[in-house]
Design a protein around this ligand. Structure first.
Ligand code: TTP
Ligand code: CA
Length: 362
């Protein structure tokens, strides 16, 4: 049975989450920014919606330059809230996990998946599956994404990027060389501007050039490993398996509070059972956590988070409860009555690994 691999990437992810929470933002530029705090305008754009991209706004661009590019057009500048985007990401990944044979999360807004068994190796079934998946993510989270389906990770990743946003591109293995031949070399995963320039200096300017380049030339330029990868990738070949991460990457719990409240003691008291439950899970899985987030949802259903990364990982319950209390104290300064509250732990370390590390360093 031939392998069928997919790659899913959420569209303009941080900015799209902000639009989901405030749909009136949709028709104008939305720029999610990391403010460095020196002056009101210092910092960079993390990402922006497609409306903003029409004005040439890009990730990593200084906010001052983005303002100049907007040239007086009204845009909304929003402070990046990574904890909030992680909650959305977790939920999308949970939807995916339930539907595919193997899931490999590759970033906050992207994942590879294997659906060979699920589809019986049939591309028509895989295309129908991908459409259904996109529909489910949109119905449940109001988020659009772009999906690529192909015979391997390299092709699937390029395919998901091919018709963004809200795209679906299916490339069968026999179509892969023709599909790739229309694209620039830089579209191949792992080929950055430096590699591209080096190839260009050696007369290799297109994917078909690369696909037919003599092995010795590529090996001279990049060494054996990268040369083999480039040769295979440009021919649409790649054996990398989709690796399901068996381990837990996050644990979270949300509750609806008995009454809407702004009282810290009330919130923390009601969160104690879910906190104990999360802590039991942590201990049973032999994990230490490093990052903890408090999540609060007021009546307007907007999502607010505050998170903390500890200097050293721990599984100490009193530390967990103390941090959660401190985070909710901060969060409640900025929002009104909460309707729902929750906690999320992430950045886990296996206790077994930690023992190994101590043995190694002592
Ligand atoms: P991307 O998937 O690269 O970008 P995107 O989702 O905003 O847009 P699209 O996929 O539609 O092209 O990155 C995912 C998120 O990672 C993005 O929403 C914000 C964050 N990010 C940064 O914070 N800084 C960066 O330089 C980039 C590229 C992304
Ligand atoms: Ca994305």
């Amino acid at each position: 049975m031939s392998r069928i691999v997919g790659h899913l990437d959420l569209d303009y992810f941080y900015a799209q989450v902000e639009e989901v929470e405030e749909p009136s933002l949709k028709d104008a530029p939305v720029l999610v920014c990391v403010f460095s705090g020196r002056t009101e305008e210092s910092g960079v754009v993390s990402t922006s919606n497609y409306k903003a991209r029409e004005y040439g706004i890009k990730s990593g661009m200084p906010i001052t330059l983005a303002k100049r590019r907007l040239d007086g057009v009204e845009g909304t500048f929003i402070r990046m809230d990574r904890g909030k985007y992680e909650v959305y990401s977790d939920r999308v990944m949970d939807i995916l996990r339930g539907q595919v044979d193997v899931l490999e999360q590759a970033g906050i807004d992207e994942a590879f998946f294997d659906v060979t068994k699920k589809t019986g190796g049939d591309y028509v079934a895989a295309a129908a599956f991908a459409l259904d998946l996109k529909g489910k993510i949109f119905r449940e989270e109001r988020l659009t994404c772009s999906v690529g389906i192909g015979p391997n990770k390299v092709v699937a990743k390029i395919a998901s990027d091919f018709q963004k946003p809200n795209g679906l591109t299916v490339v069968r293995s026999d179509e892969a060389p023709a599909f790739l031949s229309r694209l620039s070399i830089g579209k191949i995963y792992g080929v950055g501007p430096k590699t591209e320039k080096l190839l260009e200096e050696n007369g290799i300017t297109t994917i078909p050039n690369l696909a037919r380049a003599p092995a010795e030339i590529l090996e001279d330029l990049f060494g054996k490993k990268l040369a083999v990868y480039l040769h295979n990738a440009s021919n649409g070949l790649d054996d990398e398996p989709v690796v399901g991460r068996g381990g837990t990457s996050q644990l979270s719990r949300m509750i609806t509070l008995k009454h809407d409240t702004h009282d810290l003691d009330q919130v923390v008291a009601q969160l104690l059972p879910p906190l104990k439950d999360v802590h039991d899970k942590l201990v049973s899985k032999n994990l230490f956590f490093r990052n903890v987030s408090a999540i609060g949802i007021p009546n307007d259903l907007s999502l607010h988070t505050r998170s903390k990364t500890l200097e050293t990982p721990t599984n100490d319950y009193s530390v967990l409860e103390g941090e959660v209390r401190a985070l909710f104290a901060l969060l409640l300064r900025e929002v009104g009555d909460l309707r729902r509250a929750g906690v999320r732990l992430s950045e886990f370390q296996d206790m077994a690994d930690q023992h190994a590390l101590t043995e190694f360093t002592s």
